[in-house]
Design a binder for this molecule. Structure first.
Ligand SMILES: C[S@@+](CC[C@H](N)C(=O)[O-])C[C@H]1O[C@@H](n2cnc3c(N)ncnc32)[C@H](O)[C@@H]1O
Length: 438
């Protein structure tokens, strides 16, 4: 590796190359450097490193941009947190989805903590002491490997199975795929040539029952698919533009959380880390404090994971409503919780549903997608919830915005726990607990 002076620019003909020293982490998994006074968000670096980075936007557009985005092409001075990548096929020029695979695991958590604190502070969400914010590992997670129970593989025009590149639609080889759980790795789909017309493959390894493989392609003819030996033990379905056609199994998978079984659509949402459903159920249960005989809402409820926990707390004389936008997930939630008559399910947009409520509710758990709940919903909840709001978030920036909105509406964050449920990526899962301040 050659050492060049910092902040020099060069061009490789099509894109600008910079030498840049990165300092602090930024949201989105990048690190901040400066080039001739301009901020550069560098992907693929580690704190304190001097790297050669390629500016992502084309040179002309980048020249007028307020900041640049760039990705590492060479490390000139490695930082102390850099380690050999746990997934050499990931990173610049490789598959996306493991952008911190070259950073030591404890350092990943330290960096994620720093980013979360900064997002909370910047959003003005300061009712919870920032020094108490700490990203924790999932229980018993020593290496951050073998956790992913849901994987989407991409397939190229020749039928090669891989994953999308870091910032391209090209399909890249997955190699050993070390973040996936063993039953998914054992399929070795990366070595398979998929039938013509297959555009993507969704694989789910549930905690109870066989692995599920869904071959996806707009114009696939399910009757023409010949299943290879490697899928002999898996449930298989074909998803076309029109429908999901099970070839083996019924198009659902079964998950066990404690004593309870949940049926989930083979392509539907389920917490991805193998320990997440149990861990989040525990943390949400400990936080919710729904009163016996009282009421709770489970918003963005999926197939009923947190509604089951809320139902235990309110007991048979209480009420829980689980609100979920995906109709199939909502139907499955109703089936999963038939033994809990205090639970009602509703398939609706959460904000519309809450806006239409006339009465209040004792407690709410909400678990929105990355876009977060949004300010309108937070303001509505702050008006109608009597006791507690437990907010489960997979996107810190929108969480910070929403907690700040609640604070403005007279609520404060009384507890906040963050978990490294996506090791070797910058993503984390956070559970924040809100109470009325006045
Ligand atoms: C992060 S998942 C949480 C699911 C569930 N709490 C669990 O842990 O399994 C978010 C869920 O919100 C649903 N969703 C997304 N936007 C929605 C909206 N505007 N209204 C209702 N549900 C929505 C998705 O279909 C998805 O099931």
């Amino acid at each position: 590796m050659t050492q060049t002076g910092p902040h020099t620019a060069d061009s490789d003909g099509s894109s600008t190359l910079l030498t840049v020293t990165v300092t602090r982490p930024a949201a989105g998994g990048t690190f901040v450097g400066r080039h001739e006074g301009r901020v550069v968000f560098v992907r693929g670096a580690a704190p304190g490193e001097t790297v050669t980075a390629r500016v992502l936007e084309d040179t002309e557009r980048a020249a007028s941009a307020r900041f640049w985005r760039a990705e590492v092409v060479d490390v000139l001075e490695a930082g102390v947190d850099r380690v050999p990548s746990v997934w050499p096929e990931a990173g610049p020029d490789g598959v996306g989805g493991a952008e911190w695979a070259h950073i030591a695991l404890p350092a990943q958590r330290r960096i994620a903590t720093e980013v979360l604190r900064e997002l909370l502070q910047r959003a003005g969400s300061d009712s919870f002491p920032l020094e108490d914010v700490q990203v924790e590992p999932a229980p018993h997670d020593l290496d951050g490997l073998g956790w992913r129970t849901r994987v989407r593989y991409a397939v190229d025009a020749e039928g090669r199975v891989g994953m999308r590149g870091w910032r391209t639609h090209d399909v890249r080889p997955v190699g050993a795929d070390p973040l996936s759980v063993e039953p998914i790795r054992a399929l070795r789909l990366g070595e398979w040539t998929a039938p013509a017309g297959v555009e993507a493959i969704d694989v789910a390894a549930p905690s109870a029952g066989p692995v599920s493989v869904v071959l996806m392609g707009r114009d696939l003819d399910p009757s023409a698919i010949e299943l290879p030996d490697r899928l002999a033990d898996a449930d298989v379905a074909v998803r076309t533009a029109r429908s999901l056609v099970p070839l083996r199994g019924d198009g659902t998978v079964t998950e066990r959380v404690g004593e309870r079984l949940f049926r989930v659509s083979a392509t539907g949402f389920w917490q991805v880390h193998r320990r997440a459903p149990e861990l989040l159920t525990e943390v949400v249960s400990a936080a919710l404090h729904a009163p016996r005989g009282g009421s709770a809402w489970d918003l963005y409820g999926g197939t009923g994971l947190f509604a089951a926990a809320a139902a235990e707390q309110v007991g048979p004389d209480g009420t829980v409503v689980s609100v979920e936008g995906n109709r199939r997930a909502s139907e499955l939630a109703a089936e999963n919780l038939t033994d809990l008559p205090q639970v009602r399910t509703s398939s609706a947009d959460v904000t519309d549903w809450v806006r239409a409520r006339r009465g209040g509710v004792d407690c709410v758990v909400l678990d929105p997608p990355r876009a977060g709940a949004g300010i309108e919903l937070m303001e509505l909840l702050c008006r109608v919830v009597r006791q507690r709001i437990v907010y489960v978030s997979c996107e810190s920036a929108t969480l910070a915005r929403d907690l700040a909105a609640a604070q403005k509406a007279g609520w404060r964050t009384v507890d906040l726990r963050a978990f490294d449920l996506f090791p070797h990526t910058h993503h984390i899962e956070t559970v924040a607990v809100l109470e009325r301040d006045r």
